[in-house]
Design a protein around this ligand. Structure first.
Ligand SMILES: [Zn+2]
Length: 525
């Protein structure tokens, strides 16, 4: 007997529903963008009359991937910047900027993605060669992690940065009473602030470019970890016109302009956009030695890193977020930053409350602090590819503390769940690479052979949950997405291989065949 007409039925699939029992189905019925049945396709075919049928040809289907910590707009903008990722020397970095300026001259040269850990001599570069190559054109080249940058003399002059410049939460590196050009954390903003902001049209184009690439790798929800209110509202308007389909979870930057009157009105939520959290930087990053540590760096005994947001300001943001029903998502890399955030969050815990305040990255955690995640119900929001990108050099910075870093399984155990993202464009946007890094803890060359600190690997089921249902839960969206269950949005992705069963070396090559959001095909034919 028919129980009704539906828009379409999926059959002949291996559907990982990621429901509480991790059930597998072979059919699904969708109407009005939502799932109305999932299970045995024979039974579904008998119950529903469908306008269309989708034969998956035996392919695997998963809930649409959710990246709980990424930089969606920035990624779109970086697609237009000079791409410095993978450059093998400072000379190659400068050469890439010269090539781009020859091909497409612009009044500011902005590049992103250099990583001195990949160079023959991994010390920070300085601006002499950059000044020689670009005596007049202002240039700003941001490190892969976004926490260090090199500016040339022309850019420093426009920003008014000189040997006397001091900045809270950042540093202007100097040699012989003169800036070397290297700027750390908040000091980068001095230069960034004088670069003309891309206009609305350029930002729209960046969002569209970013969306096309994200849908092609199966992401149906992304995040924007550090959004200005005007950009969040731009995303909202592009959702309304249908230009943007991808769902976006924003984290508002903690500027007064963003928080002002808007915060007091409470969370702003649509089907596709969520504005309900504030991003705070507790510290910098490990690669630029700006992560705040309890004990000095192993290779820099005078350096404890940087506290980027003063404690009083951090607490004020927490107070305002608590009053407005917002999450606080604090960037914490070093063990001292993690402790600072946990202890502040702890002051705001009240029985029965479900704030889901988050620690983004939680990269180095003193073992004594681990239980506070469970006690205060703080959500560690991790990136498994950071472990496999950093594993080659982390010990230089951390020494024996490396064993306290990237401890994803231990963090998972604190609350019983764990969101896992990519931090793109710091890492690749491809969620399959995050899945592989979480379970294998190896680089793409299969190294190290036994995996890196394997006691903190995730199982395949945990890894899939971390980028679907647990990622949804980290943004209060688990009732609407993150699994393929009746009543939820039909956000799903079809892959050419079975992430649960293929041999581990094959995982990174998994390709997306089709991506659906709310039952609409948004990628693939
Ligand atoms: Zn980030």
């Amino acid at each position: 007997m028919n129980s009704g007409d539906v828009d379409f039925i999926v059959r002949n699939a291996r559907i990982y529903t990621v429901d509480p029992g991790f059930g597998v189905a072979d059919g699904m019925a969708v109407t009005g963008g939502r799932i109305v049945a999932v299970g045995d396709s024979g039974g579904i075919g008998a119950r529903f009359r469908a306008a269309r049928e989708l034969d998956a040809g035996g392919a695997c289907i998963y809930p649409g991937f959710i990246d709980p910590h990424s930089h969606f707009l920035l990624y779109g903008l970086t697609l237009r910047m000079v791409d410095l990722v993978g450059s093998r020397s400072w000379e190659e970095v400068i050469g890439r900027v010269q090539d781009q300026q020859r091909a497409d001259p612009s009044p500011w040269a902005v590049g992103r993605g250099w990583d001195n850990n990949l160079w023959p001599s991994p010390e920070f570069p300085s601006r002499e060669k950059l000044d020689a190559a670009f005596p007049d054109l202002p240039v700003l080249l941001v490190r892969i992690d976004g926490h260090a940058a090199v500016a040339n003399a022309a850019a420093l002059a426009l920003a008014g940065v000189d040997a006397d410049t001091r900045v809270a939460g950042g540093e202007v590196l100097r040699k012989a009473q003169s800036p070397t050009g290297v700027l750390i954390d908040k000091a980068i903003d001095l230069v960034k602030n004088v670069i003309p902001k891309p206009d609305r049209h350029a930002r729209q184009q960046a969002l569209l470019r970013a969306q096309a690439n994200c849908l092609a790798v199966g992401l149906t929800t992304v995040s924007d970890a550090g959004t200005d209110l005007e950009d969040a509202l731009l995303m909202d308007s592009m959702h309304r016109t249908g230009q943007l389909q991808v769902r976006i979870y924003t984290m508002l930057r903690d500027s007064d302009a963003n928080l002002g009157d808007f915060l007091a009105k409470g969370p702003y939520l649509t089907d596709r956009l969520s504005i309900r959290s504030i991003k705070v930087f507790a510290d910098g990053a490990l690669g630029s030695r700006g992560a705040l540590l309890l004990e000095p760096y192993a290779d820099d005994p005078a350096n404890l890193g940087l506290q980027v947001t003063p404690t009083a300001r951090f607490e004020e943001i927490c107070r305002r977020a608590a009053a407005a029903g917002y999450q606080v998502n604090a960037h914490c890399i070093g063990d001292a930053a993690v402790r600072l955030a946990l202890d502040i969050y702890g002051k705001f815990q009240e029985p029965g409350q479900d704030r889901r305040w988050r620690i983004e990255h939680a990269q180095v955690v003193d073992p004594r602090d681990l239980p506070k995640f469970g006690r205060f119900r703080v959500i560690p929001s991790v990136q498994s590819t950071h472990a496999t990108s950093d594993m080659k050099w982390a010990a230089k910075a951390l020494g024996t503390r490396t064993k306290n870093a990237y401890c994803f399984q231990e963090l998972l155990q604190q609350n019983g769940w764990l969101p896992n993202g990519s931090d793109f464009p710091v890492e690749s946007i491809n969620p399959v690479l995050g899945f592989y890094a979480a379970v294998a803890r190896k680089d793409l060359g299969g190294q190290p052979e036994g995996g890196f600190q394997m006691e903190n690997a995730l199982t395949r089921e945990q890894a899939l949950r971390s980028m679907t249902i647990w990622a949804a839960r980290a943004s209060f969206d688990e009732a609407n997405r993150g699994s393929l269950e009746i009543g939820k949005w039909a956000d799903f992705v079809m892959l050419d291989r079975d992430l649960m069963r293929v041999p581990e070396p094959e995982l990174p090559a998994a390709k997306v065949i089709r991506t659906f959001i709310a039952g609409a095909a948004v990628y693939g034919s």
